[in-house]
Structures are given as C-alpha cells and as structure tokens.
Design a protein around this ligand. Structure first.
Ligand code: NAP
Length: 480
C-alpha cells in the first residue's frame, strides 16, 4: 500500500536512533480495529535520557545560523511534500479521515516547516532609548532551550510540525509525544527529519503511556518550554504539572464554536461553509462548529438547504474514494456523543431524518441534525467532537452574542452577514481567538492560531508562533 515502506516505523526516534522496547502499545485501524502495528512503551528513565541528550545537542544547533537551520528545514519540507501519498495513507489508516483530507493535512503540516524555516531568519532584537546618557540598551532573542510537546490524534501531522518547526527554526530541540491512537504519522515525519539531516537529539518522538511520559515532559528541570494540544481537561492537569518548574507553557485546547447566520447573510454561501466547518474530519476538530444560531427570518431556508447537503454526505472507509466522513476515532467517542444526544432529545430536541443512513456499527456514525435545541442541553455547552449539528433560532444581535459568548471556551467562531457595520460590531464582541466572517475555513500557516478563555494560551503559526520558543534578553552597556 505504501511506495516507501521505510516510512512505516514501529520504533521511537531518540537522539537520532530508532529505539525499540519489549513492552509495546498496539495500534489499530479505526475502521475495523484490525492491528496496524506496535510502538514502544518507553519508561521515565528512557525519557530522562532523551531529555539529557536533547539538551546536549541543542547547544550546537543554536550555534549555527538561522540560515543554516533553514536549509535543513527546507529539506524536511521538500521530503514531506515528496511523500504526501504515503504520509496520507498512513494517516488515514491510523486516524480514519478520508484520504483527500489526510493529504490536505500533510500539505498543511509541511507549510509550517516552510514558513518557520523563513521566520527563523526574521528574529529581531531591538535598541531602546537610554535613560542615562552613558548607557546603551538593547535586546537580543535567544532560543529558549529544550522543548517538549504532547499532541492529539485529530491532526496527527500538523500538530507535530506546528510545534516542532518553530522550535527548530528558533534553535531549540524538541521531544514530542504524539497521541497513542496515531503515532505512525509522527514517526514517519521523524524518518523524513532524519533523511533531511536534522542532527541527532534535535527532533525526538517518544511513545508510551501518557501519564508516565507526561511527568518528565512537564517536570524535568532541563525542559524550558512545554506545548500541549488536546482537551481542556488534560491541559489543566499538565499546566499544573508545569508549575513546579515554572515552564513557559503553550496550550491549544478545546472549543465550542458558534456559527451565526444573520438575516442579511448570503444563505447559499453560509450553507456550504456550514457543511465544511461542521463535518470536516468527521466533526473531530477543535474549530468545528458546535452550535448553529440561525436568524428566525432565514431559519427555514437555511435548514432546508443545509439538510439537503448533509443528507448527501457519504460515511465509510477513508481509503475509499468519495468518502466524506470516515470512522470516529474510537467507540468511546461515539458513546460520549450518544450521552449528549440522549440528553438533548430528553429535553425536547428533535433529530431530523436525513437521507444518508448507513448501518451504524463499529466506529461509524451518520451525520445528524438536531433542531429545537436550547441552552438547557449539555450538547450546547460541551464539545461534541463528532458529526452532530445543533440548530438554535434567534431574533436579534445582542441576544445571539450573549448566547454565543456563554461558554468557558473561546477558540473559533463564525458568522455570516453582508452588513459591514455588523461585521465589525460582531467580530469585536465575540469572545474568541479566531473568527471566520463569511467563511468556514480559517486555518493556515501565516495566521495566528489560538484561543482565549479556557481554550488556551499562546499562538501557533504566523509570525507570533516562533516567539514562544525564544527568550528576550536585555543588554545594558555602560560606555563611559
Ligand atoms: P486528550 O485526551 O487531551 O489527549 C491529547 C494528548 O494528551 C494525547 O497525546 C494523550 O495521550 C495525552 N494525554 C492524555 N492524558 C494525559 C495525561 N494525564 N498526561 C499526559 N498526557 C496526557 O485530547 P484528544 O482526545 O487526543 O484530542 C481532542 C481534543 O484536542 C479536543 O478537545 C480538541 O478540541 C483538542 N484540540 C485542540 C486543538 C487546538 O489547536 N486548540 C487542536 C486539535 C485538538 P494518549 O493518546 O496516549 O492518551
């Protein structure tokens, strides 16, 4: 199935070496739970050793120029692009998303490597007007040191490169623990990092029990910065663990995105964008819509057109052509959605009958639309993380803004309006780190990705993304 079987690695990449252990984790295909392979289950001692090696290697990496680092990163970028078919296949096998989406994610992942290779050359210090005539004041920026990261299963490639690329471009080393459902994409990226000539110890991928490995990654004194993407619940725990050694911390956590359609919106555009923003990756993205707020005057039109498009979505194996929605990552994820669904139905929501019913077995679930939803229902407050759309009617702007902001989360929000005054009013009042206005697709490497409230801390991608891997040092020179 792969053109280059060397990309399918069942070992950890530590200090430039492929390391195996007797104790393993078994990785399965979410389509049918068939075994794909195994990866090592490392111990705390293995991780501590890797951290020490990453620390030793980082000094030399920081000492070469940003331009020299960019050359190596650009080789990594080119290798990722050249292997997009195999990387996409590995991702679909372990994660389930349709192959076209998996390949799209590989391009997205590669874009961070290309972007930060260049951004590394644009790290500027500054001079500051002195307060005493005989002083000269300036700042320099330096790599923060050894970094660690823990990433989720829903974007097995992009969440790795969105952290590793700025770290490496800045002159840091990094140790990454990918999600246990999807380690093979991360290990394939490590194989390509090795081929690109990234020196031993600079980019490391570890696998094993999350709690066991999470302890040294968040508490080892040689780690200067920790970056996490995952659920808010786990993020809170890891943030606490980082407190013991006062690590610089970035958190990209859960969301509860509202999608508001005003009565002056282009409804056809809103419907197409709604389908993309809700059902991409089977609804399993942190920026997926969780709540649709539709103005009373356009509600029926929106619902009719939306239901028609959702009814055409095809559920199936991501490797099959024409699949729009692959399997959910685990059966447990579907059970969690069922609890939310049951609560909503018991409190008066109605589930529409759509045309695309496949047998709901294993990890397959049909896309669903719930109407008559209100904020007494848990589904409005919790991240659904699956293909269930919830629709709520509203009458006016202030009312819908209050409802949209009534959440602990603040990652992405979307709204549709053609009134320029409303566009600015609503964009300024939505409590969210990222806002899609008349679009449901907002992610790219050049724009700052990140949330407010309990959706996280810090920005990834963009010119801000490298700052988290740098420290500002102030120099005060007396010239008298
Ligand atoms: P998760 O359960 O929080 O797991 C994420 C990662 O944390 C995995 O690698 C997991 O390892 C690890 N982990 C879990 N418990 C841990 C512990 N006690 N100590 C150390 N590590 C631990 O989240 P998920 O289900 O994989 O991903 C979905 C969540 O990620 C959603 O909430 C989504 O919104 C969020 N997300 C956010 C963004 C963003 O940029 N804001 C992007 C993508 C996803 P194991 O796999 O080994 O358990």
């Amino acid at each position: 199935m792969l053109n280059n079987t060397a990309l399918f690695r069942q070992a950890c990449y530590l200090n430039g070496q492929w390391v195996d252990t007797e104790l393993c984790l078994t990785i399965t295909n979410p389509v049918d739970q068939s075994v794909l392979g195994t990866v090592p289950s490392l111990t705390v001692a293995d991780v501590n050793r890797t951290i020490e090696q990453a620390h030793a290697a980082q000094t030399d990496w920081a000492a070469i120029t940003a331009k020299a680092r960019a050359k190596i990163l650009n080789r990594w970028f080119a290798l990722i692009e050249a292997n997009v078919d195999d990387l996409g296949t590995i991702m679909t096998l372990e994660q389930g998303k349709p192959l076209i989406e998996a390949k799209g994610e590989i391009h997205y992942a590669a874009s961070f490597v290309e972007w930060f290779a260049e951004e590394g050359k644009r790290v500027y210090g500054e001079t500051i007007a002195q307060t005493v005539n005989t002083n000269r004041l300036s700042t320099i920026k330096q790599p923060i040191g050894v970094c660690s990261a823990i990433t989720p299963w829903n974007f097995p490639a992009a969440m790795i490169t969105r952290k590793a690329a700025p770290a490496l471009a800045a002159g840091c080393s990094i140790i990454i623990k990918p999600a246990s459902e999807t380690p093979f994409t991360a290990l394939a990226l490590a194989e390509l990092a090795d081929q690109a000539g990234i020196p031993a110890g600079i980019f490391n991928v570890i696998t094993g029990d999350a709690r066991t490995l999470g302890a040294p990654l968040t508490q080892h004194p040689l780690i200067s910065k920790f970056s996490f993407t995952g659920s808010t619940q786990v993020g809170r725990t890891l943030y606490e663990q980082c407190a013991s050694t006062i690590k610089k911390t970035s958190l990209e956590l859960g969301g509860n995105a509202p999608f508001i359609v005003f009565d002056d919106a282009d409804i056809d555009k809103a419907v197409t964008s709604a389908v993309q923003a809700k059902f991409r990756n089977g609804g399993q993205t942190c920026v997926c819509v969780n709540r649709f707020y539709i103005h009373d005057a356009v509600y029926e039109e929106f619902l009719e057109k939306f239901a028609a498009q959702v009814g055409k979505l095809r559920v199936g194996n991501g490797l099959e052509q024409n699949t729009d929605i692959g399997p959910m990552i685990t059966r447990r994820a579907i059970d969690g959605m069922q609890v939310l669904l049951d609560d909503a139905l018991a409190k008066g929501a109605r589930q529409l009958v759509l045309g695309n019913e496949v047998a709901e077995q294993g990890n397959y679930i049909n896309p669903k639309i719930l109407v008559d939803v209100n904020d007494t229902m848990d589904i409005v407050h919790e991240e659904i993380f699956g293909p269930i759309a919830t629709l709520i009617r509203f009458q006016d702007e202030d009312e819908v803004l209050a409802q949209a902001n009534n959440t602990i989360f603040g990652l992405a929000a979307y709204f549709f309006s053609q009134d320029i005054g409303r566009v600015y009013r609503v964009a300024e009042k939505l409590e969210s780190g990222m806002i899609g206005i008349n679009t449901g697709m907002i992610s790219n490497e050049v724009a700052p990705f990140g949330g407010v409230k309990q959706s996280g801390l810090g920005k990834e991608g963009s010119r801000y993304g490298i700052e988290d891997y740098l420290t500002v040092k102030y120099l005060c020179v007396d010239i008298a």
